[in-house]
Structures are given as structure tokens and as C-alpha cells.
Design a binder for this molecule. Structure first.
Ligand SMILES: [Zn+2]
Length: 204
């Protein structure tokens, strides 16, 4: 759970996990820090996550300037979706059933964004794509949502969804290690902190 850095720390191994991890010290009331303090920050992160191109980002920021209240609305929508996804995947990491209300909220986003899904002929094959115009300020959200859907409906992959054991980090990640032994968001961060703590506790 590093502090906000540029480039942003991305250790989730899945787009949806990195999106969820845009809050530092998630589980701490005093230290908690949301990276999405403005619509521009959401756009900036989305470029870094390769959800948007630099050109798309510029267009969106231009559009946001013309319609700040809509941009604010999209920012709030993104944060709400992120928090719903956080609670869903956290409960999965704890092997408990998600809250019904969270699943309802998540599905509302699925129904909303899947309206823009279209089959597109691309050279000699067909692909399924979210079609939104550059004027859609929420154009970064469908791919993120899709990443969460893919993970949720995957077979045998959900058991790799874990929460960092660093307290009060709260970050989630997809454990790609062969023996599913990853415990921390990052060895250099929470992993190291735990090692130092163990060292001192042993010394006492
Ligand atoms: Zn951590």
C-alpha cells in the first residue's frame, strides 16, 4: 500500500485489483488516502493503467472542463463502483459470501455498461467491444468492470484473490505464484515491514 507515487504502484496483477488499490492504507481511518481526488486523477491513473490512451485522456479532460458537474458525477460513480468491488473481492478473499446489496450494485453497473457492448468486425475476425464515444466521460470504466466480471466468473481463479496481510494495508491482489503462497501486496513494502516487526519481536 505505498503512498501515491508516480508512476502509480500496480501490484494487483489484474486491472480490477489495481483499480481497487487506488486507496492507500485502505483499512486505516487516520492514514487512509484516496488517490482519486479529482476527475483528472482518475483519468491520469487510467492512462497509467493503459485503459486510456494519452490522446483519449486529453479529449476527456477537455470535455470535463466543459462539463465539470458531469465529470464530478463520473468521479463519484467510479469511486462507488470501486468500493463495491473492494467489498465483493474482499469477501471472496475471506471465503465468505458477498453482501447481496453489493452484488446488486455491481450488477447495476454491468447492465448499464453492457448496453454499449457491440460485436465489431475487425479485419477477418469478430470481437466484442465496448463502444463509447470520446465524449463519454466514463469511458475508462467498462474495461475495469470487464476485468472484474472476468475474474468473478472464472473457474478456479477466485481462490487466488487475496488481501495483503500487512495491517492496515487492505490492498487486494491476484496471486500468480505457482504455489499460491503470496502474502503481501509487495515484498518491498508490507512484506518488509512484517519482516522488520518479526525481527524486533524476536529480540524482545
Ligand atoms: Zn500491503
Amino acid at each position: 500500500m505505498s503512498e501515491i507515487t508516480n508512476p502509480y504502484t500496480m501490484v494487483g496483477e489484474r486491472l480490477c485489483m489495481d483499480f481497487i488499490n487506488t486507496v492507500s492504507w485502505r483499512e486505516s481511518t487516520e492514514k487512509r488516502r484516496d488517490w482519486f481526488t479529482s476527475y483528472a486523477k482518475l483519468v491520469d491513473w487510467s492512462v497509467h493503467a493503459e485503459v486510456l490512451t494519452v490522446q483519449q485522456a486529453q479529449d476527456l479532460l477537455g470535455e470535463a472542463e466543459k462539463n465539470p458537474s458531469k465529470a464530478e458525477e463520473v468521479l463519484n460513480q467510479a469511486i462507488e463502483l470501486r468500493e463495491v468491488m473492494y467489498r465483493l473481492f474482499k469477501s471472496i478473499s475471506m471465503k465468505t459470501s458477498p453482501n447481496d446489496q453489493d452484488l446488486v450494485r455491481f450488477n447495476e453497473s454491468v447492465s448499464h455498461f453492457y448496453q454499449s457492448l457491440q460485436v465489431i468486425q475487425d479485419e477477418n475476425q469478430f470481437t466484442l467491444k465496448f463502444i463509447q464515444t470520446d465524449k463519454n466521460l466514463d469511458t475508462m470504466l467498462p474495461p475495469i468492470l470487464q476485468s472484474a466480471v472476468n475474474l468473478l466468473i472464472s473457474k478456479n481463479e477466485l481462490e487466488r484473490v487475496k488481501q495483503c496481510e500487512g495491517d492496515p494495508c487492505g490492498w487486494l491482489f491476484f496471486d500468480t505464484s505457482r504455489n499460491k503462497s503470496r502474502r503481501w501486496c509487495s515484498m518491498a513494502d508490507c512484506g518488509n515491514r512484517a519482516k522488520v516487526r518479526r525481527f524486533y519481536e524476536k529480540g524482545k
